[in-house]
Design a binder for this molecule. Structure first.
Ligand code: DOR
Ligand code: ZN
Length: 437
């Protein structure tokens, strides 16, 4: 009969955990969905595991075992655009990408600017393959005019507020949003693009936009938005999180603000860390259209520098599904956004770790402990007693991104056909295997 002292053991993996340490070989014992113990593989431990039923053991020899990854910037599209993504399919994509927790943005239809819609999302997410935390809207209908009932949103479980996709243009509204957020103990997440400066822009304003004859959104639109809200953050003492940083000057502004003790944090997306605007002219691939736009090589390098020196705290995908019908059009007519949950980890490994910018320890910290800290989320460590949200990574596995392999309902990735190194081997959510290669 199976030994039921444990439900599952992850054997012989190499642990990378910001809390526990790095590169240690360990066995993880799981019981009732929780991590019961993490131990060094002594002869006694190995013997104990040998006696277990094989179905209870995951052999992680040669693999990395890390806390379930956390993505604090995801669009799940439900309610409203279930043709592009549902909460269920988005969570399947998350699991396939090694993410056990995601934060969903409020730009759904209807918007997540009221308790009913928060509750709807929470209910739909209940039996899904990832934990879903809801980010409520700063302003009603994301219109930037009138604040949402922020206290109500927090009371029902919103972990932050954001008008993502839009920038609350009115500084008075943003000031009040920050003040309410502070009062309720949550951060404001900010999509930093001055709407006037960006009006009509479909790519970065640069040599490339001139060459291609496309209207550009200038980098200064992000710089101004970031500077204004850093000033308001300093003034109010609230917590501000800058989403998808994409320019050299925004990185510099955040670096300076942090040095001055302003309560600001920041994220970068894999696409801003890997791509440049030179890609667009090759095929006018509409999956390269995204807000903020992918920028110049110099901006990309500055975002990497910011990630490396800690100015940028975490990596978030900005997973933004759009249907094939919507993306199958001229570049300037396409909606902005690309999916990212299923390619983020491999892009980080291939373009940041293998190129020597980040160690595995740094990368995992920026995808687990740091995002957890920014939004005060549970998880992000393999500490004993915590839910067994665990990602096992085959770090040297080579693979090619294929559209038909995506779990996401949408396939709008510019990385289709790209060769990657590093793949998710298994993802566990509360001790349940929710994805296996
Ligand atoms: O490119 C983007 N797409 N940027 C955003 O901020 C919103 C997102 C979306 O919802 O499609
Ligand atoms: Zn955004």
């Amino acid at each position: 009969m199976a030994n039921k002292k444990y439900d599952l053991v992850i054997a012989d993996g190499r642990i990378i955990d910001p809390a526990l340490g790095f590169g240690k070989d360990a066995y993880i014992f799981i019981k009732d969905g929780l991590i019961q113990k993490v131990v060094t593989p002594t002869a006694a431990v190995k013997k104990e595991v040998k006696n277990l039923d094989r179905s209870q053991v995951i052999d992680a020899t040669g693999k990395l075992v890390v806390p379930g990854l956390i993505d604090i910037h995801v669009h799940l599209r439900e309610p409203g655009r279930e043709d592009a993504e549902t909460i269920e399919s988005g969570c399947q994509a998350a699991a396939a990408g090694g993410f056990t927790s995601v934060c969903c943005m409020p730009n759904t239809t209807p918007r997540i600017d009221n308790q009913e819609t928060v509750k709807f999302v929470q209910d739909r997410a209940k039996d899904c393959d990832a934990r879903v935390y809801v980010v409520g809207a700063v302003t009603k209908n994301l219109e930037g005019k009138e604040l949402s009932e922020i206290g109500d949103l927090v009371k029902i479980g919103a972990v932050a507020i954001s008008d993502d996709g839009k920038y609350p243009q009115n500084p008075e509204i943003m000031r009040r949003g920050l003040e309410y957020a502070k009062m309720f103990g949550i951060p404001v997440m900010q999509h930093a693009e001055d709407q006037y400066l960006c009006a009509g822009g479909v790519m970065n304003e640069s040599f490339q936009s001139t060459r291609l004859g496309l209207k550009g959104a200038p980098a200064v639109a992000e710089e101004i938005a970031v500077l204004r809200d850093i000033a308001l953050c300093r003034f109010t003492g609230a917590r501000l999180h800058i989403q998808h940083v994409s320019t050299r000057q925004a990185v510099a502004a955040i670096r300076k603000a942090k040095a001055e003790g302003v309560n600001v944090t920041a994220e970068a997306t894999p696409h801003h860390l890997v791509l440049t605007d030179e890609e667009i002219g090759k095929e006018f691939n509409t999956n390269l259209r995204v807000n903020p736009p992918i920028r110049t090589t110099d901006d990309r390098d500055a975002v990497i520098e910011g990630l490396v020196d800690g100015t940028i705290d975490c990596i978030a995908s900005d997973h933004a599904p759009h249907s094939e019908e919507d993306k199958d059009c001229e570049f300037d007519l396409a909606p902005a956004g690309m999916i990212g949950l299923e390619t983020t980890l491999a892009l980080v490994k291939t373009y940041l770790i293998d190129k020597g910018y980040l160690s595995w320890a740094d990368a995992i910290r920026k995808m687990t402990a740091n995002p957890a800290r920014i939004l005060s989320l549970p998880g992000g460590s393999l500490a004993e007693g915590s839910p067994a949200d665990i990602t096992i990574i085959d770090q040297d596995k080579k693979w090619t991104v294929k559209a038909d392999k995506f779990r996401s309902k949408s396939k709008n990735s510019p990385f289709i056909g790209w060769k990657m190194k590093g793949q998710v081997y298994k993802t566990l959510l509360g001790g349940r295997v929710v994805f296996e290669q």
